[in-house]
Design a protein around this ligand. Structure first.
Ligand SMILES: Cc1cc2nc3c(=O)[nH]c(=O)nc-3n(C[C@H](O)[C@H](O)[C@H](O)COP(=O)(O)OP(=O)(O)OC[C@H]3O[C@@H](n4cnc5c(N)ncnc54)[C@H](O)[C@@H]3O)c2cc1C
Length: 381
């Protein structure tokens, strides 16, 4: 492993590998990424793999629009098929959350997202398995969809991460698996080195892309990053033909319960309890809660047999924006964390913004101001 680098990236999830690629593409040569386990072994390999334009705030809608440019052009840029299937993302709202969804749809339309609103009868026609008795209305965008639908939690990492790694390496970056960062050396307010289980790497810049462990990495340089980890569980059923393969992803907004087809089976997800561990385990007892929700929203799922599942962490910040970019007082420390439930869909823009900032000292694609750690400094610094 190199002992000197221009930039060290801690974390080989979809965000860290995206930073490595975008930085290498901008001419960065001496880039070293360290991943304690395998690329994609954190949250990125456990997601539901949905990419959405239907975001809830203007900054995140713009992030999605920028990310879609890369995702829709992925084959040309990387020579890799990411298996994007625009199955559509349908949100169904009960009365208590209808205003919330209405406001989001209004904003999306203003920003050019082709979101359509649906009446309960439209929803029943579109997805007959959905119980609409308490549904006020729904919203769908047909460009939203799934990438790599069959590779979540499989042996191979997600094709997006594979492509980032492969192309970052081709451009000269070093990607190391099974190497843990254990500390950051700061002298006179500047990063000078990263300590790892494979030795010290002298570097003036370190990127914190450590996902669920981002707060731990921040603490090494005296920061209290407000990133808390929330567990979400996913269960996948055996072949279930009663819900057609081209059915859209359905999100029950009030319950935060969702389903989509995963191959011939059905994938269901739910859960938002804070986690006290970095290694979330699937609790089969939680299946009862998910099934209870399924019985209400899509009763036909009573006939499905759950075969497997997994649990992962969503690393949330208080305002649900990521924490990106530099921090005052520790020159060379750059955040790329706090991605919550958006880290896969926003991987292209996340890596691009951080790379622009490191390479050019400013971002040009989007303003990074709203994502700086400074927004929390009064309460958390
Ligand atoms: C069940 C579930 C469903 C989701 N569904 C979606 C979805 O449909 N769409 C979407 O956009 N997002 C979704 N998400 C969120 C998404 O998975 C995350 O936002 C995203 O994966 C975060 O990427 P990351 O690279 O920041 O973190 P991670 O993928 O967790 O990567 C961080 C990496 O850093 C490594 N690391 C940590 N500490 C160290 C250290 N000291 N040294 C070296 N390496 C270290 C870890 O091993 C890990 O591999 C979902 C999340 C869950 C849990």
């Amino acid at each position: 492993m190199r002992t000197r680098a221009d930039v060290v990236i801690i974390g080989g999830g979809i965000q860290g590998t995206s930073v490595a690629y975008h930085l290498a593409k901008r001419g960065g040569r001496d880039i070293v990424l360290v991943e304690v386990d395998m690329v994609g072994s954190g949250s990125s390999g456990r997601s539901a793999a949905m990419i959405l334009l239907q975001e809830s705030r203007d900054q995140t809608v713009r992030m999605s629009q920028e990310s879609f440019k890369e995702y829709l052009n992925f084959q040309d840029e990387f020579g890799v098929d990411i298996g994007y299937k625009p199955i559509g993302y349908l949100t169904v709202a009960t009365g208590d959350v209808a205003d919330e969804l209405r406001a989001e749809v209004e904003l999306q339309k203003q920003l050019g997202v082709p979101t359509e609103t649906l009446s309960p009868a439209d929803i029943a026609r579109l997805v007959p398995s959905v119980n609409i008795e308490d549904i006020v209305f729904g919203a769908v965008c047909w460009q939203d969809g799934v990438i790599d639908p069959h590779s979540v939690m499989q042996a191979d990492p997600h094709s997006v991460m594979q492509a980032y790694v492969q192309h970052a390496r081709r451009l000269g970056a070093e990607i190391n698996e099974k190497v843990e960062a254990t500390g950051i050396v700061v002298e006179k307010g500047r990063v000078v080195a990263v300590e790892t289980t494979a030795g010290r790497i002298l570097t003036p810049v370190v990127v914190n892309a450590a996902g669920a462990r981002a707060a731990q990495v921040g603490a090494w340089v005296g920061l209290r990053l407000p990133v808390a980890n929330y567990k979400r569980s996913i269960f996948v059923t055996d072949r279930f033909d009663a819900i057609p393969d081209d059915s859209p992803f359905v999100m029950d907004l009030a319950a935060e319960w969702y389903f989509r087809k995963e191959g011939k089976g059905v994938l269901m997800g739910m859960g938002r309890e804070e986690s006290t561990t970095f290694e979330p385990q699937l609790e089969w007892e939680f299946l009862d809660a998910i099934v209870e929700r399924a019985m209400h929203r899509a009763p036909i799922l009573a006939n499905a047999r759950v075969m497997r599942g997994w649990a992962g962490l969503r690393s949330l910040t208080p305002d649900d924006y990521p924490i990106l970019g530099p921090v005052a007082g520790v020159a060379g420390f750059v955040n790329a964390c706090g991605w919550g439930g958006h880290g896969v869909m926003h991987a292209p823009i996340g890596g691009l913004l951080v790379a622009e900032w490191i390479a050019e000292g400013k971002t040009t694609t989007m303003d990074m101001g709203p994502f700086l750690f400074e927004r929390f400094a009064a309460s958390a610094g």
